[in-house]
Design a binder for this molecule. Structure first.
Ligand code: FES
Length: 105
């Protein structure tokens, strides 16, 4: 399934992310800039913060408690914010679009 990552400056990266990998891992493994993932996917750093395209928001698994609390610390959080390490790729997410915040630029 494909994920389109859009950098803060508008540069898109369409990447094939295997089912079972996180959206964060798909970016890091393909050198997509804008997702730092300092904690390596432990839901403890919030540097994998992305804005999920509105059309996709309801199709994602719900936020876990720790994800919600980490996003609470992200100054740039918006209602469509998610931590990309907590989104696991499934076939149903083919076409997912996420945008990276300026703070991770
Ligand atoms: Fe650290 Fe997602 S990689 S919270």
């Amino acid at each position: 399934p494909k994920v389109t990552y859009i950098e803060h400056d508008g540069t898109p990266h369409a990447i094939d992310v295997p089912v079972g990998l996180s959206v964060m891992r798909g970016a890091v493994d393909n050198n997509v800039p804008g997702i730092d993932a300092d904690c390596g996917g432990e839901c403890a750093c919030a540097t994998c913060h992305v804005y999920v395209d509105e059309a996709w928001l309801a199709k994602l698994p719900p936020q876990g408690e720790q994800e919600t609390s980490m996003l609470g610390f992200a100054a740039t959080a918006q209602p469509n914010s998610r931590l990309s390490c907590q989104i696991e790729m499934t076939a149903a997410l083919d076409g997912l679009v996420v945008r990276m915040p300026e703070s991770q630029h």
